[in-house]
Design a protein around this ligand. Sequence first.
Ligand SMILES: [Zn+2]
Ligand SMILES: [Zn+2]
Length: 228
Amino acid sequence: MKIKILGTRGKIDPKAENHVNHTGFLIDDKILIDVGEPDYMVYKPEAVVFTHFHPDHAFFVPKNEKFAPKIPLFGPEAHELIPELQVISGKFEVAGYHFTPIPVIHALRLKSLGYVIQKGQKRIFITGDVAWIEKANLENLPPLHLIVTEATFIKKGGRINRKKDRIFGHTGVPDLIRLLSPITQKLAFCHYGEWFFENEPENSKQKIKALEEDVELIPAHDGMEIEV
Ligand SMILES: [Zn+2]
Ligand SMILES: [Zn+2]
């Protein structure tokens, strides 16, 4: 499988060369996960799968525009701007790729899903934005050849908000490494937050690399391709 990370910038104003675009992942030039920029549709994907409907993952939300390409569209919950959306209720297959949805805690008013995507013997996991993932949802997963996750906050703990018994927001890069390292050998980061743009991108990437122990850490840039 070839995973092209189309965008690496979180929902923030600052940007830098090679870190301009919002979230999108292209699998084998066929399946698009999240559509943070309208331009991503030029790849003519055979299907689109959304992790959640924040504007940096669904460009049409702030414009209040309908999103209705004539291809299968999947997401965690119904959306008024996507009349043809198929709401995910369990494992599904599209264009020969097997998707296993993984519940992700992220936003107070939106559902979020990560996806284990399998083709042949290769398996990847795209988490989307993460406040946390219950460990029970990561148990019993087969080995993953790559996980792509987010890096909104480099500091431990990230920024978690609480309302009654619910949490939301983004956890920190060190927490994601701790959570995800037991189930993969390769962990790629995108969706950079303010911290990343306060220094030269190369220095910020070094901050992620400095956390590397047993598992390879890959700080991504817009357009990076990873083959598994
Ligand atoms: Zn989000
Ligand atoms: Zn986001």
